[in-house]
Write a protein that binds this ligand. Structure first.
Ligand code: SDX
Length: 419
């Protein structure tokens, strides 16, 4: 067995290492503190593995993303979101029978409990949909007595996949003062989202196949992404043996941050602001390099990808296709491409490996499809749902310990209480 050696205060320590299926090397430091009393220190966990996982592999240097061994390019261009969701959750591509049963299960669990639908209508129409989604997900244990039962896990997985779409579309209909649109088993998952958003409870809406195909691709490229902020949060909460619904609520909340899933909304708002200010790309790229400016180029950069984000490449291509097919001319696309062009030639961005990430182009497609900007991160959550579920299940199956990082204390040492 290979080992890693550490020398600390004149004492040598040796720790076992192990290698993953893609050649990644992990140093097992489980005995570091018991033997040396020291801990590692890695703010942001850039060099720290929290688990072993067989769901997704990313090679950030080469721009590789695979789910259960399948390349994201193949999945995005040849598969469906339901099939990818099954793959991510169960580990293998489904047979036609398995896929049919999976889709029937989602349909069966796409009707919200009356209490949830009622609560959705109590929110102000100006509420941010991410707040509604996290609130209603948090409320699911209140309406399902079996939320924590071991033998209800499979049912709760299907409930989560069905309910996330229903909560999102029912709230959107509430904001429009319209009745919710029930799930239609004749439509696929993306088709039901579009029907739920733009259709009518009385029927008669025809899902545009271009939008349906674009949304299928968008959901697939969001399906999972290793131990990102929100997925790690799901694992953190689940490590305390909290229910699937409770763990997913944490993931939704973590995703909302503009440095994470909230970036897709922030990108569109940034592009709009640049446009409103005259569209001077060079000016804003200079501001992005000036830390004092307080301006950050949203949709750029990534902790793991030190080359292009393959999802951004897929979505950039889809942008051109979808906008042309929909006959939508969006000046922000040209602005986005110009910002990317400047960044790829600018030493500041090149030196820091700052490339467009998944959020840079996704909002342009969502907007072309008529989706409100404050729903963009909800769509990220819908896409990421299979990944969150898969990691929660994997963590339970692995039987890991509760997550409890250490710290280095830097506060006041002991002092007598003054009274
Ligand atoms: C997602 O982890 C995942 O997998 C996430 C995700 C997923 O699928 O789950 O891929 C989804 O969250 C994508 C990222 C969406 N966020 C944004 O687009 C927000 C803008 N990007 C950044 O805030 C930033 O790049 C992060 C948050 C994405 C990554 O942050 P890191 O890894 O902590 O990088 P950093 O902030 O330490 O930056 C390193 C350097 C710094 O400069 P120096 O101190 O070295 O001089 O790069 C600079 C930063 O100032 N930098 C940027 C920048 N991003 C980093 N400068 C200008 N504009 C940016 N966008």
């Amino acid at each position: 067995m290979s080992t890693a050696k550490l020398s600390l205060n004149g004492q040598d320590y040796e720790f076992p290492t192990f290698t993953g299926s893609e050649g990644e090397v992990g140093i097992d430091i489980a005995k570091l503190r018991p033997e040396s009393k020291a801990i590692t220190f890695d703010p942001g966990y850039g060099n720290t593995g929290s688990c072993k996982s067989a769901i997704t592999f990313i090679n950030g240097e080469k721009g590789i993303l695979r789910h259960r061994g399948y390349a994201i390019e193949d999945l995005a261009n040849k598969s469906t979101f339901s099939e990818v969701s099954y793959l991510v959750i169960h580990g293998e591509l489904p047979t036609p029978e398995q896929l049919s049963a999976f889709e029937a299960g989602i349909a069966e669990h796409s009707t919200l409990p009356a209490a949830i639908s009622d609560m959705i209508t109590r929110f102000p129409k100006t509420a941010h949909p991410m707040s509604v989604l996290s609130s209603m997900t948090a409320a699911l244990p209140a309406v399902y007595d079996d939320y924590i039962n071991e033998d209800s896990v499979d049912t709760n997985v299907m409930r989560m996949l069905g309910h996330v779409l229903a909560i999102a579309t029912e709230f959107h209909k509430h904001t429009e003062g319209e009745a919710a649109v029930p799930f239609d088993s004749n439509l696929d998952y993306p088709g039901n989202f579009l029907n739920g958003m733009f259709g009518s409870a009385d029927g008669g809406y025809t899902v545009n196949p271009i939008r349906q195909s674009a949304l299928n691709k968008l959901l697939i490229v969001h399906a999972d992404h290793e131990q990102n902020c929100s997925t790690s949060t799901v694992r953190m909460i689940g490590s305390g043996h909290a229910s699937l619904f409770t763990s997913i609520t944490g993931g939704i909340s973590a995703l909302w941050g503009p440095l994470h899933g909230g970036a897709n909304q922030a990108v569109i708002e940034m592009l709009h602001d640049i446009q409103e200010d005259g569209g001077d790309s060079e000016k804003y790229m200079e501001m992005a390099k000036d830390k004092e400016s307080g301006f950050r180029l949203m949709g750029f950069g990534h902790r793991v990808y030190k080359n292009f984000d393959p999802r951004a490449t897929i979505l950039k291509e889809a942008c051109d296709e979808v906008l042309e097919d929909l006959g939508v001319s969006d000046p922000t696309l040209a602005l986005a491409k110009n910002l990317e062009r400047i960044a790829l030639e600018d030493e500041y961005f090149v030196k820091r490996n700052l490339y467009p990430n998944v959020d840079f182009y996704s909002g342009i497609i969502y907007r072309a499809m008529g989706i409100p900007v404050d729903m963009f991160t909800v769509l990220f959550a819908i896409g990421r749902m299979p990944g969150w579920i898969a990691h929660w299940l994997e963590m339970r199956e692995d039987g890991g310990r509760i997550h409890r990082p250490r710290q280095i204390y830097t506060g006041a040492t002991h002092r007598e209480f003054p009274r």
